[in-house]
Design a protein around this ligand. Structure first.
Ligand code: SF4
Length: 306
């Protein structure tokens, strides 16, 4: 073997090592199947310059027919990032990792419609961390437990604490528009929940000990809902679901595996997309690209290019 070939091989081996190490650091415990190996890569869809404020979308094929109302099928409405303004730097995750447990061994499937209400009742009387002292309501979920798509955020804010439902404030309204742009109904076609179930005072981030106390509820919740795809919204959801300290800016848009089994797409938290950042338009474009990857994974129709 001549020297050039040997050095080329050494470069290749180093590159593969770096790639595997990056995935390990960003929380991967396996490699999701690569659609690009089977399909030619498509250019991201153009972002049309129009509002998120779209009529309620038609139901989609993957939802259990019991949850679908008859309606003419059609492509979902296009998404626009241009409604949002406001910049702020992307927060970095510096807090210690909380290990993610292995999935439970396969056993008899538990009835989610029995066990989810049981966990919710347990959460309602939970006092495992200091957040119980200041909460008005615990916040467990909204949406459809039979959905194949789950969105996970950080924790309740003031509106959520008052109502007992996740994502009902300004960020929640934006999340609903993003889900609507995917051609889905936020109440019927997806399941929405948070890492912690009680509001951190002043809307601060939950502390690691609070996340560690609360996250077993979420792991059990996700085991029961058993979605095909999880969307992790923001740094806290990313760090808590994958046990990584890598920031969302580095990891968003790349498929990961939650507990080695469930496809997970990290993307920006809607509250970040409501803040004025210097590259807000680009962040919105990236968030929409991430959601389009989710749609593709679930076999949903992508918006038509204009
Ligand atoms: S945040 Fe979670 S662990 Fe803490 S009191 Fe609320 S339900 Fe319990």
């Amino acid at each position: 073997m001549d020297d050039d070939l040997r050095s080329e091989l050494a470069d290749l081996v180093r590159a593969v090592h770096a790639y595997v190490a990056w995935h390990g650091e960003s929380g991967s415990v396996g490699f999701p199947r690569d659609r690009s190996a089977r399909e030619p890569r498509e250019a991201p869809h153009e972002l049309p310059h129009e509002s998120f404020a779209t009529p309620r979308p038609p139901p989609v094929a993957f939802v259990d027919p019991a949850f679908r109302a008859p309606s003419p099928a059609g492509p979902p409405p296009p998404f626009s990032p241009h409604l949002f303004d406001e910049p702020e730097p992307v927060p970095r995750v510096t807090k210690p990792k909380i290990p993610v447990p292995a999935p439970p061994p396969p056993g008899e499937a538990r009835d989610k419609h029995v066990h989810l209400p049981r966990i919710e009742a347990e959460v309602q009387s939970c006092a495992k961390c200091r957040l119980h002292e200041t909460r008005t309501n615990t916040v467990f979920f909204r949406g459809n437990p039979d959905s194949p798509l789950v969105f996970v955020g950080e924790g309740p804010g003031a509106d959520e604490d008052a109502s007992g439902k996740p994502f009902v404030g300004r960020a929640g309204q934006l999340l609903d528009k993003m889900i609507g742009a995917m051609g889905l109904d936020p109440e019927r076609d997806v399941y929405i929940c948070n890492i912690v179930k009680c509001r951190p005072p002043g809307n601060r981030r939950p502390e690691p000990d609070e996340v560690a106390a609360c996250i077993p509820y979420l792991h059990e919740q996700l085991d029961l809902v058993a979605p095909k795809v999880i969307v992790a919204l923001g740094n806290t959801a990313l760090a808590s679901l994958l046990g990584t300290s890598m920031p969302i800016t580095k990891v968003r848009g790349t498929w990961k595996l939650y507990r080695g089994t469930t496809m997970l797409m990290p993307t920006y938290h809607p509250s970040f997309l409501l803040r004025p950042t210097s590259n807000l338009a680009e962040s919105k474009r990236q968030a929409w690209e991430d959601l389009q990857a989710v749609m593709k994974e679930l076999g949903l129709a992508l918006p038509q290019k204009r």
